[in-house]
Design a protein around this ligand. Structure first.
Ligand SMILES: [Zn+2]
Length: 438
């Protein structure tokens, strides 16, 4: 076991280090309370119980929960026929104070309704995320986005409030203006997508802005995998001279996992606020600890818009070894490894976009990329377009990328260098992987 070089910061140390059996007792008590407050008043939840022939009093333990049916995104979307509200709302309209929604990049947006209590719970979950990365009341947290219906930044603001950090909003300005604001304010922490952290560093390079003028020490990333891709993490840390932390969450369920300062190569689930299951995506049966499977989540702090056994579509692998940080919360080896529907089988090998991103980010000269995987023919074809820092004729980099794919993944992609500025730049929800399925 390696030791932690820094003092570990907790948000709620007692809860985060509870023995596992006491965590289970806490989860089961919260589960029983959730079922009691939603059955009979939440039409969707009541319908699920009734269809399964389950009585609310039957759900007392984690094993009982595992006997209930899953909840899917399609079901939650179908609840929205009660425009603009949802049949997954437990309380009367007057109980709700906030609304947020999913980005809608892969389908119609899902609207989520929060009570004052559940909005506060979002902030509590982000308290675990930010304190887990070492944020304290002495930090100045920069959020380089405008606030819209996406929950991430609102929840980060709630978490920073609970910790007492100084929060600096950076919406409504260009990347260049944001760099100036960060330097002026002496920003020490930033939360954004991994893509945008790299984009800001790229803009600094283009404009001759010296990033050492910003005393940044922590970056916390959400919205995309990136921060758990080792080469991407290393690139962000190298550009900013800061430690880079991963976080995963979803509007549908909440902010559910975070990376601690021990950085053992993965994340912790917030077991006090969620019940985690990992199942075989094909059969829905639990997988053995240490095996990859789909993350299924029950949230325990959102009675106004609950999800029982929500199928996230995210692939994770539980690591049962204790974490050097001292937390007893569940560990995910490598964080969220990928999306179940992003996985492509090439020559019998399961490949997730993160593995491809990791290979490409190892090449210093590659600033941006796009990967198109076509499975239309019997043999999958992969096209990789790269933008190189030095010039479009950077043949050594093209060759190096090609041979890295051959030696690491046994793949033979077509690699093409394109003119700088050809490939799209992203701030949120980067889409660098295109899969054309046969
Ligand atoms: Zn840890």
């Amino acid at each position: 076991m390696h030791t932690v070089a820094v003092d570990v910061t907790f948000f709620d140390q007692e809860i985060e280090t509870l023995p596992r059996e006491r965590l289970r007792t806490l989860q089961e008590a919260k589960l029983a309370a959730l079922v009691a407050s939603t059955y009979g008043s939440n039409p969707f939840v009541t319908g699920k119980f009734d269809a399964a022939g389950a009585a609310p009093g039957d759900v007392r333990t984690l094993e009982d929960l595992a006997g209930l049916p899953f909840t899917t995104k399609a079901e939650l979307l179908a609840c929205q026929t009660d425009e603009p509200f949802s049949t997954n709302c437990t309380f009367a309209e007057t109980a709700y104070t906030r609304i947020h929604q999913t980005s809608g990049t892969t389908g119609p947006p899902l609207r989520v309704f929060d009570t004052a209590e559940s909005w506060d719970w979002w902030g509590r979950c982000w308290g675990f995320v930010l304190a887990g990365a070492g944020l304290t009341a002495a930090d100045r947290l920069f959020v380089p986005f405008s606030f819209g219906p996406f929950i991430g930044f609102w929840a980060a603001l709630g978490g920073a409030d609970k910790i007492g950090a100084l929060m600096i909003p950076g919406g409504g300005r260009t990347s260049s203006q944001r760099l100036g604001l960060m330097a002026d304010m002496g920003v020490t922490a930033m939360t954004c997508t991994p893509t945008y952290a790299l984009r800001l560093a790229e803009v600094a390079g283009e404009e001759g802005f010296d990033l050492s003028e910003i005393p940044l020490r922590i970056t916390v990333h959400a919205g995309e995998p990136g921060a758990n891709v080792p080469a991407t993490k290393a690139r962000i840390e190298g550009a900013w001279g800061a430690k880079c932390y991963d976080h995963a969450g979803a509007s549908e369920v909440g902010a559910h996992s975070f990376e601690c300062q021990a950085q053992p190569g993965g994340t912790h689930a917030i077991d006090s606020e969620f019940i985690i299951e990992v199942v075989d995506p094909a059969t829905g049966q639990p997988v053995a600890p240490g095996s990859e499977g789909e993350l299924v989540i029950t949230n325990l702090g959102r009675a106004g818009f609950p999800v029982l056994r929500y199928r996230t579509g995210d692939i994770v692998k539980v690591d049962t070894a204790p974490c050097p940080c001292g937390r007893t919360f569940t560990r995910f080896d490598g964080g969220v490894i990928g999306r179940a529907d992003d996985m492509v089988v090439v020559r019998g090998v399961n490949i997730y976009p993160a593995a491809i991103e990791n290979l490409l980010r190892h090449h210093e000269a590659v600033d941006e990329f796009r990967v198109t995987i076509s499975t239309r023919r019997e043999m999958a074809e992969i096209l990789i377009e790269i933008e190189c820092r030095r010039s479009v004729d950077d043949e050594p980099t093209v060759q190096a990328v090609r041979s890295a794919f051959e030696s690491s993944l046994g793949l033979h992609p077509e690699v093409t260098a394109v003119q700088r500025g050809t490939l799209p730049r992203f701030e949120l929800k980067a889409r660098r992987f295109v899969v054309e399925r046969g």
